[in-house]
Design a protein around this ligand. Sequence first.
Ligand code: F6P
Length: 359
Amino acid sequence: MLRIGLLTSGGDCQALNATMRGVVKGLSNSVDDLEVYGFDDGYKGLIYGKYRMLTSRDFSGILTQGGTILGTSRQPFKLMREPDEKGLDKVAAMKQTYYKLCLDCLVILGGNGTQKTANLLREEGLNIIHLPKTIDNDIFGTDMTFGFQSAVNIATDAIDCIHTTASSHGRVFIVEVMGHKVGSLTLHAGIAGGADIILIPEIPYDIKKVVDAIKKRSKAGKRFTILAVAEGAISREDAKLSKKEYKAKLANRAKKYPSVSYEIAAQIEEKSGMEVRVTVPGHTQRGGSPCAYDRVLSTRIGAGAAESILKQEYGCMIGIIDGKIKRVPLEECAGKLKMVSPKDQTVKAAKQIGISFGD
Ligand code: F6P
């Protein structure tokens, strides 16, 4: 008898179901007596003992289905050691649920914050496997996270659509791309969508340089300019602020603009006199069905998790490095963020073909 638990935590993405399907199909092909417990809404289900037993039928037909059949929620890592409003010790409660169900392993799908809690549970003695999910591709220890390529496709489509209207009207357009503190998604969608300017958190921009790049295009007879701007893009001046000062600046900005793109748009209008529009595809980037690349990656990661469970190798993330599925010890990757290096070959190539990063 093998008993595993599954949970999806944090922001969703397109390939969560495809990955869980990979885990369960990978196990049920080798184990006759398999019990799978799915926890509702991420760690919440584990804390409050909300779960259901799943059968192979639950994992049939979900390869192409976005979202998560288990539901998800954000349970901040920094609050895990704090009791809930009724005084419940969350860590003790999670352990209790795990032991009550006599689980052999808990498979946790999620991003950076989720991974930190997964590592905490490993330190507490539970058998944990973490699977790297996020459209941001910011998890240290894996070249790729599932969800990323699907989101790149959606953000690219958004930029493609903006191209036609931008060229008709001769306007400057900003497409704001998700990614939290990391610019991977913007970098890739920006290049794929043919953006003229790409602004990412890892390369603080100088608004003067951004405006110069737009003016240069106009002088060359280009009727429009498209900027792919990461939601976490930061100016050179703001990058010099302390964490506290920057937080205050963001709170101030929020009173005037919904996000960084609107602030940049106002600055461009003021400095160039050109008409600027902002488009925010937002959560559409996490929606819909997984692209073919993600279906394959998820299947490989899911199968990798199944293999790890069968070998009783726990305490790791199943990542992909140089095209190979690898077990990465959680203590080596938890709490680390994978950012875009300004020296990255992709950044270099973009600059080589004339894309401005405003630096
Ligand atoms: O981490 C995935 C992500 O989509 C980020 O790109 C984005 O900053 C964040 O989640 C949005 O979170 P929420 O869905 O909680 O608004």
